[in-house]
Each structure stands twice: as structure tokens, then as C-alpha cells.
Design a protein around this ligand. Structure first.
Ligand code: UT7
Length: 337
């Protein structure tokens, strides 16, 4: 018997604290750095984001993932005990060891699962979904829980106005189940690729095994995120548009066959430029970057959950997910909902 994978439940969770552009303006002005609500809105489309209070265990990355996963399991009508595999996509793990997936397993009580993290930065949820699909197709996994979650706030450099205004915290989850391969509602196609030559466009230089955080490096903020925004912008627009078309073509489809396009939410201008390149109407592009900023691996699953719950995405519709992230990594996946 051949198998396919289907998303049967979604969930999302965000920290309580809303941080408006104006509160960032005030925070940065205390450091002598100028920005404005107008600049942030016009250049990024972001109005506010949520920021975790990391002193509160309930706002740790795996705790947000836990809340999102509970909602997804409830929608799918599944218990934590029924999960075979947990994949946690994140570039801001709770701890270097153990994995955030194991933290989540501990919190949710998925005693029969095996758990692992995937770090593909903002493309992480798509990488996770494709990995779960392959295990499900092989017959080794019947029910997977795929989470994209981030608490990026501790790695942001609040003295870098170019990057700190962009990011937010949150988590989204999907329950992915085995279905017969001839099911109409399933993951249809995907396309993944990365380009490690572009590693320096977005990175956190210190804190890994190749660069310990010494007092000097701490003072230089080498343990914080650094980004070449303009360069990423250009690569992102071209690659996301290319990947969307490649994945559709693999399934003998064009953008005319799509009901919804769910791009990674990094910047509204990137999203609009991709839609323009694809000649795809913005009315069918799902956007939450205005309210949550760039939550990296969480942007796509949180957006999917919102549109799934409010009834925009309907059963049987065709949805294309498309992302890019640090690495650089790229990925797109076509789903019949
Ligand atoms: O998930 C992947 C994560 N990263 C991304 O997706 C980043 C993609 N890139 C972007 O989103 C955009 O390139 C940014 C939002 C980072 C920057 O927007 P931009 O339109 O490319 O601005 P720019 O870098 O060309 O800068 C224009 C001006 C500069 O001033 P000068 O040199 O023209 O005087 C910047 O210094 O805007 C200045 N600027 C700011 N001004 C006010 C940069 N950041 C700010 C700020 N407030 N926060």
C-alpha cells in the first residue's frame, strides 16, 4: 500500500506582550538610535509583533510550541500518545541540548514518539513538513507533529535598527497524518534547496562550537543576529517566485490553479514583489507580518492556522507554501487542503 501525508489539524500560540513600532521607537531612542513608525510600516509593513518574556517558562519556545500543538491535536482529534514523530523547526532552541522537540515531548507527554529539531531558519517549517511527509510515505510514521517555533528576541541586536524592528516570537503546529496515496487531500509536491555560499547574509557568528562567547565577543555583540538586508531582499524575491513556479510545474499546475499563496512573512514588500513576479493577486496571498513581524519558522504555520480557523482556507483548496531563510535555505510545498 502506498501512502501520502495530510495536514489534519493546526494550532498557533504567541506571547502576551504586544510591541508596537512606537514602543520600539522609544526603546531605540534611549540608545540614541533613530527610527519611526512610518519608516517601519512603509519599508516592512510591520505594525506590531509579540515578544516573549523569557523569564516566564510559559513563554519559552517549547511552551509556545506546546500550546500550538495542543490546539492542533484537538482539531485533529488525536492524543499526544498517538504521535509517532515530533519535528520542531527552530533556529532559537530552548537549549543547545536537548532539542526543543524533546522539551516539547516532555511537556506534552508524547511517550511513543521520537523527536528531533530541524534548523533551516525561516524555511524550517517547510523542511519539517517535507521530512514528516517522507517518513509517512515510507510507512514508518502514521502521525507526525510538525512545529515551527521561535523566541528570537534574545538573539536580536537592539542596537541594529536594520534588523531588530523585523522579528517577533511565536509558534505554529500541524498534525500530519498518513492517508492512502490516492487521497485527494494531501501534500502534493515540494521543492527544497539551500545555498551555503550565502551563509553570511544572515547569521549569528558566536555561540556555536566554532566561536565561544568570550567577554570581548559579547561586547562586540557577536552572539547576536547580523543581517545584510538589501542582499537578502533581492535573493528572496527571485528565489521565492522561482520555487513557487517549479513546485507548481512539478504538479502540472500554474498559478491559475492556486486558491491561496502562503509566503514566508519577512517583509510585506518582499511578499508583494513575489506576487507581482508571479502575476498573482494579493487578495489570494495570506499575510500576518503586519501583526506579528517575522517569526521565522513560525510564520507559515501560524498563518495557516489563522486562515484555517477563520474559514478562508477551505477543504479541497490548493495552497502553496513558500519560504526562504538563513543558510540560505529555500523551500516550497503544494498542498491540497
Ligand atoms: O527571514 C529573513 C530575514 N531577513 C529579511 O528578510 C530581510 C530582508 N530585507 C529587508 O526586509 C529590507 O532590506 C530592510 C527592511 C532590512 C531594509 O529596508 P530597505 O528598504 O532595503 O532599506 P535600506 O537598507 O536600503 O536602507 C534605507 C535607509 C538607510 O539610510 P541611508 O543610508 O539611505 O541614509 C538605512 O540606514 O533606511 C535606513 N534605515 C532605517 N531608517 C529608519 C535602516 N533601518 C532603519 C530603521 N529606521 N529601522
Amino acid at each position: 500500500m502506498d501512502f501520502a501525508a495530510r495536514i489534519t489539524g493546526t494550532g498557533s500560540a504567541f506571547p502576551k506582550k504586544r510591541v508596537t513600532n512606537d514602543s520600539i521607537v522609544q526603546k531605540l531612542s534611549k540608545l540614541g538610535i533613530t527610527t519611526s513608525d512610518e519608516w517601519i510600516r512603509e519599508r516592512t509593513g510591520i505594525c506590531e509583533r509579540r515578544i516573549s518574556d523569557v523569564e516566564k517558562p510559559e513563554e519559552h519556545n517549547s511552551s509556545l510550541g506546546f500550546s500550538a500543538a495542543q490546539k492542533a491535536l484537538e482539531m485533529a482529534g488525536k492524543s499526544p500518545q498517538s504521535i509517532d514523530q515530533i519535528i520542531y523547526a527552530t533556529c532559537s532552541p530552548d537549549t543547545p541540548l536537548p532539542s526543543t522537540a524533546c522539551w516539547l515531548q516532555h511537556k506534552i507527554g508524547a511517550d511513543h514518539a521520537w523527536a528531533m529539531d530541524i534548523n533551516a531558519a525561516c524555511s524550517g517549517f517547510i523542511y519539517g513538513l517535507v521530512t514528516a511527509e517522507k517518513f509517512i510515505q515510507s510507512g514508518q510514521v502514521k502521525i507526525a507533529l510538525v512545529v515551527g517555533g521561535e523566541v528570537l528576541n534574545p538573539i536580536l541586536n537592539w542596537e541594529d535598527r536594520n534588523s531588530c524592528i523585523l522579528f517577533g516570537d511565536g509558534a505554529g503546529a500541524a498534525v500530519v497524518e498518513q492517508v492512502p496515496s490516492d487521497s485527494s487531500r494531501r501534500i502534493l509536491r515540494s521543492h527544497l534547496r539551500s545555498d551555503g555560499n550565502l551563509w553570511d547574509l544572515l547569521c549569528v557568528p558566536a555561540g556555536g562550537s566554532n566561536m565561544e562567547v568570550t567577554p570581548e565577543r559579547y561586547a562586540q555583540k557577536l552572539h547576536k543576529l547580523t543581517m545584510k538586508g538589501k542582499e537578502i531582499f533581492k535573493v528572496a524575491v527571485k528565489t521565492m517566485a522561482d520555487f513557487a513556479l517549479i513546485t507548481l510545474k512539478k504538479n502540472q499546475m500554474t498559478t491559475d490553479d492556486l486558491d491561496w499563496f502562503v509566503p514566508h512573512q519577512a517583509n510585506l514588500r518582499i511578499i508583494e514583489a513575489v506576487a507581482k513576479r508571479l502575476k498573482f493577486p494579493m487578495e489570494k496571498v495570506l499575510v500576518n507580518v503586519d501583526r506579528y513581524g517575522n517569526t521565522s519558522a513560525a510564520t507559515i504555520p501560524t498563518m495557516l492556522d489563522e486562515a484555517n480557523r477563520d474559514g478562508r482556507i477551505k477543504s479541497g483548496q490548493t495552497v502553496l507554501l513558500d519560504a526562504f531563510g538563513a543558510g540560505l535555505t529555500y523551500g516550497s510545498i503544494l498542498v491540497r487542503w
